[in-house]
Design a protein around this ligand. Structure first.
Ligand SMILES: N[C@@H](CCC(=O)N[C@@H](CS)C(=O)NCC(=O)O)C(=O)O
Length: 212
């Protein structure tokens, strides 16, 4: 399998960490679609990452679709999102808060990254950042009892809720450092630190610097 994307993208990162956690081998084709859109367009008409190309040439995009497909590949005993029942709903709800927080931080980041300084709309940044903070504070309360041990959705092993929550935290910290999220979501910070120390997370590290 070939994963097209990069590890600043939290959506790519949660897919990469999940693939590794499920022992599914893949190669990262590292690129940003803003600078190199063609290899993505070949498989994804909307030209976004992550795009996962299967060995038979088929491809999937949208991280939740990819994650569902790889869960199906390994089967319900190993899947990162439970197949049914209350735990499925809980894992999906927490992962949804995490991905919405990623998305909102990304929109604030894009506002600065893609506009000339005189066209940056501060109200829009503040609006998105307040939603990001709301999401991370929600995750913070869930992380409080499990910051040293256990999993955020109360599952017996790591689930998609854990991966997405930790990835969301690390992404926001990287792209919106001015939010000082380690202070306002300190339990989530501890939980994310624990996750980021795991081999599966370390195999898909957040880049040390932001793109220019
Ligand atoms: N909902 C999508 C979001 C994917 C996304 O926003 N990817 C960004 C990078 S993090 C991207 O490809 N941006 C390029 C663009 O929107 O033109 C998912 O879960 O995969």
């Amino acid at each position: 399998m070939r994963l097209i994307g990069n590890y600043l993208s939290p959506f790519t990162r949660r897919v990469a960490i999940s693939l590794t956690a499920l022992d599914i081998p893949f190669e990262l084709e590292e690129l940003t679609p803003f600078k190199k859109p063609e290899p993505v367009r070949e498989y994804n008409p909307v030209v976004r990452i992550p795009t996962l190309v299967f060995d038979d040439g088929d491809a999937l995009f949208e991280s939740h679709v990819i994650l569902d497909a790889i869960d199906q590949l390994v089967g319900p005993d190993r899947a990162l999102t439970p197949a049914s029942g209350p735990s499925r709903r809980r894992v999906m709800k927490i992962a949804a808060v995490a991905t919405a927080s990623m998305e909102k931080a990304q929109w604030a980041f894009y506002e600065v990254r893609f506009h000339p300084a005189e066209k940056v709309y501060q109200w829009w940044i503040d609006h998105n950042e307040s939603q990001t903070i709301g999401g991370l504070k929600y995750l913070d309360q869930l992380a409080k009892p499990v910051r040293d041990e256990g999993w955020i959705a109360g599952t017996e092993r790591m689930s998609q809720a854990d991966i997405s929550a930790a990835v969301a935290y690390s992404f926001v910290k990287a792209v919106r450092p001015e939010l000082s999220i380690s202070k306002s979501a300190s339990y989530l910070a501890e939980f994310a630190r624990r996750c980021e120390a795991m081999d599966v997370f370390r195999a898909a590290p957040v880049p040390p610097s932001l793109p220019s």
